[in-house]
Design a protein around this ligand. Sequence first.
Ligand code: SF4
Ligand code: SF4
Length: 343
Amino acid sequence: METIRLGKTEMMVSKLGFGGIPIQRVSEDDAVAVVRRCVELGITFIDTANAYTTSEERIGKAISGRRDGLFLATKTTSRIRDEVKSHLRLSLKRLGVDFIDLYQLHSVSDHETLNTILDPNGPRAVVTDAKKAGLVKHIGVTSHSMDIAKELVKSDCFETIMFPFNLITCEAAEELLPLAREHDVGFIAMKPLEGGMLDNITLAFKYLFQFPDVVSIVGVEKVSEIEEIVQMVDRPQMMTAGEQEEMERLRRKLGKTFCRRCDYCQPCVEEIPISVVMHFPDLVKRLPAETIVSGWIAGVMEKAANCTECGDCEERCPYGLPIREMLERYVNWYYEEKKKYEG
Ligand code: SF4
Ligand code: SF4
């Protein structure tokens, strides 16, 4: 497996990384088997999160006795110092390791959170202290909002940025990735298969592997899935003319209904992180109900309920998405999920 330099961390990691969301859905034995197979196939970058229920613990079991050479990344969505501290301790325990290679402040997608995260005395201070103590080697951040992601990169407070990037949601290639290169911030692509919407794996990875300094994190739950992807990764990467056409066709097909997280619709007078709300169906599909109805997702959806329907965002969306109608639908869906969860 080819390795690449992850920005200013100076670490060499496999260009294909393992994403720990889907292993929550399978049995523990199957989860452990898939992580072990990834490692056997040469994947050294393993990403998970405090919020992914059993994921960290299962990864810990899979890598027990074989941690050397692996680059372990995890994250927290907490913005409270004491809570960040306890999440970090829990991650170390669940993963069964003495240190975490990359600790990320997760889902920084609105201005309020951005300010909290950039405050040197805020939650970031906990991770900085952990780095001094050797518990964390590098500090990263993740975002789903283009404007915020750019600010995070420009702040020079983080060594890596994780952002959605694939052949449909490809706006990061225009400014964010060049900006990350300029600041030497390692770029990690989340959702290479757009949360399962892209089933042409060859095309999806041929697109991403055009960018030689991007790590793509793929979430898999079966050994056969990762074997198929790795086989593709090891083949020549050039896109054929037919594949180029197919890519354009997919972009045209999804273009009118699919939010590309470009954030051209911002600013919203109500400070609603529109692009995050637009991906609510994907969050529902991938995450446990408890995560949906609490924490940062609940915060975002409840903010979206304040939409005044002014329509300014729709005038700015280059893809002509019916933002107001979609927001209303997803907010109603969120409240239904909440009602179901609370019984
Ligand atoms: S229509 Fe709603 S989401 Fe769009 S800018 Fe106005 S308040 Fe914000
Ligand atoms: S709603 Fe439109 S402008 Fe806003 S992030 Fe999505 S695609 Fe971009």
